[in-house]
Design a protein around this ligand. Structure first.
Ligand SMILES: Nc1ncnc2c1ncn2[C@@H]1O[C@H](COP(=O)(O)OP(=O)(O)O)[C@@H](O)[C@H]1O
Ligand SMILES: [Mg+2]
Length: 368
């Protein structure tokens, strides 16, 4: 069964075309993250699903049912919006029970359901507190309990963990994921945090400028994105300009930067075509300069940034191109990489090189 369906959704707010032909199919029980820069239309997409925004064109169905003309309170959606604060004058229980009261569910049934929802977020012992007596993380969990108590068909989360510190956010991500899977509830989570999207979602939809650029499983989007734009947005990348030198049965040879050449097994471009090659820092091996060869790039270290466990090595090619490689602490020591201005050799893992056309705009495609 379908959990959510958006078909050809177009939204104009004032003169601005904010959502441009959004198509999105979410399976029952699936968790999809909407990821994109600020202002790309993530919140507007959620507000459209919730019914606060009525699209000028297109259709929205929730749990297989069309929503046309249904007001927000008739859609059975659970909302945790960034600015959707708890009612300060109500206790935790009253806050969580609010949606049930609106649905005329009273007495023992209401208090049982409130207790169940509070148990889910492990805050039953806080039920008589006021919101002001809770920490930020606890407040967000209460907001989640309040959204879940009505047993919604779909859960809509707008940057729900944005205000929490890193450690609490990591912990809440795990809890949220477990709860979402356990309840099997269709979930759309909005975030601008790549790591959050990668760790929480079954699929990620990357949005730019009111459009879904690409949608797919986190690992596919991260490892083999369909466009450079998505590659760059979803983590660090190194970009090199190269030319296709030779095509044969075993793949293609690419060249760039003096005598550097690399053989790749797959290349959809023609001989002599100029391409953009991109690679993640963790797929670049750092070697001592003595091991320089035709399939390595000569670079000079600029700086090492210690990240705890891993070290980011920033360096520069002879033509000035900046590169970022990743290394473990022991190699950093062995190669003496902390030293600035050290000559090193970089070996790019050919199987991890992503090739893009430098000019044409890649099309959106589904890679589920
Ligand atoms: N009520 C509104 N009236 C006019 N423009 C709006 C309104 N709400 C949002 N916008 C515009 O729509 C665009 C998308 O906003 P939003 O969906 O909030 O983006 P995001 O959540 O991705 O940061 C922005 O350019 C924003 O300025
Ligand atoms: Mg937003």
């Amino acid at each position: 069964m379908s959990g959510l369906e958006l078909e050809g959704v177009n939204v104009w707010l004032g003169a601005q075309h904010v959502l441009k032909n959004i198509d999105l199919s979410v399976a029952q029980g699936e968790c999809v993250a909407l990821l994109g820069p600020s202002g790309c239309g993530k919140t507007t997409t959620l507000r459209t699903i919730a019914g606060f925004v009525v699209p000028q064109e297109g259709r929205v169905s929730i749990a297989g049912k069309p929503t046309s003309n249904l007001p927000p309170n008739k859609r059975n959606v659970g909302l945790v919006f960034q600015d959707y604060a708890l009612f300060p004058h109500m206790t935790v229980s009253e806050n969580v029970g609010y949606g049930l009261r609106m649905r005329k569910i009273d007495g023992i049934v209401r208090s049982q359901q409130v207790e169940r929802a509070l148990t889910m977020v492990q805050l039953l012992d806080m039920k008589d507190r006021m919101p002001s007596q809770l920490s930020g993380g606890q407040r967000q969990r209460i907001a989640l309990a309040r959204a879940l108590v009505i047993q919604p068909d779909i859960l809509l989360l707008d940057e729900p963990l944005g205000a929490l510190d890193r450690k609490l956010r990591d912990q809440m991500q795990v809890e949220l994921k477990q709860l979402q899977k356990k309840l099997g509830i269709t979930t759309i989570i909005v975030t601008h945090d790549q790591e959050e999207a990668l760790s929480l979602a079954d699929r990620i939809a990357v949005m730019f400028d009111g459009q879904i650029e690409e949608i797919g499983k986190p690992v596919n989007l991260y490892e083999t994105p369909s466009s450079l734009k998505v590659m760059e947005f979803l983590g660090s990348s190194n970009i090199l300009s190269m030319v296709v030198n030779r095509q044969d049965a075993s793949g293609a040879t690419l060249s760039g930067h003096h005598h550097y050449s690399v053989h790749v097994a797959q290349c959809a471009f023609n001989v002599n075509e100029r391409i953009t090659a991109a690679i993640r820092p963790e797929h670049i091996q750092i070697l001592p300069i003595a091991e320089i060869a035709s399939d390595t790039l000569e670079a000079t270290t600029i700086e090492c940034v210690y990240k705890g466990g891993l070290v980011e090595v920033h360096c520069r090619l002879s033509d000035g191109t900046q590169m970022k490689a990743q290394s473990d602490a022991s190699s950093v020591q062995r190669l003496n990489l902390m030293q600035q201005g050290l000559k090193i050799a970089l070996r790019l893992d050919p199987s991890r090189l992503q090739l893009f056309s430098p000019s044409s705009k890649e099309r959106t495609h589904d890679r589920t």
